[in-house]
Design a protein around this ligand. Sequence first.
Ligand code: ASP
Length: 597
Amino acid sequence: MLDCKYSSIRTHVAKQLDRELEGQEVTLAGWVGKRRDHGGLIFIDLRDRTGIVQLTFDPEIGSAFALAEAVRPEWVVEVTGTVRLRPEDAVNPHIPTGEIEVIVSQLSVLNISKTPPFEIEDGIDTDDAVRMKWRFLDIRRPEVSKILKLRSRVTAAFRNSLSDKGFIEVETPILTKSTPEGARDFIVPARQNPGKFYALPQSPQLFKQLTMIGGLERYFQIARCFRDEDLRADRQPEFTQVDLEMSFVTQDDVMNLTEDVLAEVMKVVDYDLPQPLRRITYAEAMNTYGCDRPDTRFDLLLQDISDWASTTSFKVFAQAPSNGGVVKAICAKGAGDWSRSKYDALNKKAIDAGAAGLAWMAFPTDAAGADDIVAQIKSPIAKFFTAEELEALKANTGAEAGDALFFAACERDLANEVLGIIRLELADMLEIPREGFDPLWVVDFPLFMRDEEGDRWAANHHPFTRPFDEHLGNIEKDPASVLSYSYDLILNGYEIGGGTLRIHDADLQLRVLAQLGHELEQAREEFGFLLDALSYGAPPHGGIALGLDRLIMILAGRDSIRDVIAFPKTSSGADLMTEAPSEVTLKQLKETHLRIA
Ligand code: ASP
């Protein structure tokens, strides 16, 4: 809203001022930005929430000039003056108010300011830690506040869209019991119950399911979630989800609804969501991109060359498929003329990712040995193949002079994972342009995966996900083969949403929990309320949660979610401004029945 209805000490905000107002007297309020003294005049950029306007102080006009000489950056001022068109050579096409200036007759100082630790303007090169310590000043910078405004508009668009579609906004508890989403819980001591703790929710998962059993049929929440994990650029210990749940739905219903809502939300950035979005299965995503959240804006696809490999004379390749593994390759256009060190660097990445190594073949543009294909190829392994085998490989993979091939020969999952990592590295090294948005769904995830130590089954999404009806018989017999009604929304290599249909039958829930290692008694202890609820007429239901921070990050063209959170934390979970987390007093410890070990 661009008027001053609720800000009566001024008549206008910066953004309202244009050439139409020439000659009009206006009163403005804001912060002092840049100041220039010029040919007897003083120019000050006045900043308010809507933008910047140039104030001009002329010693001949009014009484403000002397005070204008005294004001300093970030002082808070109120000014009255007249709108004037700038002389042609002083027009600033880079700001919306660039055609005018305000000739100030009265200036009053509403508050003074110490000299800020960095310039309050865009494009500064200040250390992140300093900006975070002084985040309230950082937010004054237009490029920061612009993102918070975008975030507000996106959040409002979600709220409006879901409310219009009959979704009911429900607030679920923050002080609660553990909801397993695969991370560690933040815990809070319960003073009134010695030795007991609340957990902060990793997501509202169980509560939203309970609202379905409660008959609401359509729930949503802009929900804060808490996960105690080691942080990365796109993670924070607390983050926001647009969380929703629906009853009497199929997987397609939830996906269609999500697309419709997202299409409305993306209008905020003038993006037309191409509906329906492309859908690929988890198996396809892994086999083709080596990743379940593929960046599909470029190819570098994984090719299965097991058939070719099994007929070759190179043992490592020939034997991999017969041992139940695969041989896969990526053909990288333009990587054939690199220096050895680049191939070695990729080899190291592959080893770090768990492979025995990364075999490669480079086909230099100006290869020596015109008639001898083996001599033309730069590779530690080319010598193990016949000329015919190499010709067939080139034909199979589409490799030409100037290209390089990278291979993995091992068990399928490892080959996919390793080449998935190499694919992204190659895209960086080849500087493949990645522009625009390419959203898609990845569906049909396995219900279970081996946990990190590989000694038991863990839930791929969470333990409440519904297995395919036709796979119910395999839960105990062959857990790895069980697929689930599940769908992740992927945008440019980020998972921006994930959801599933849920188990709505207590017995099935117990079977899945048992497979995840929760024996009956433990399951009852941890999830008794859910099992009870599932026994009282739970409707079929499902939902999804979209990662609001990640989505805004992508829409704002940033590469860290810290940039789109008003008061973010560092990678060690600290808030540099408030200095949280901090110690508590002995009294607080005593009251909460705690002792520091
Ligand atoms: N609770 C899930 C999550 O946080 C989302 C869902 O299944 O709706 O990822």
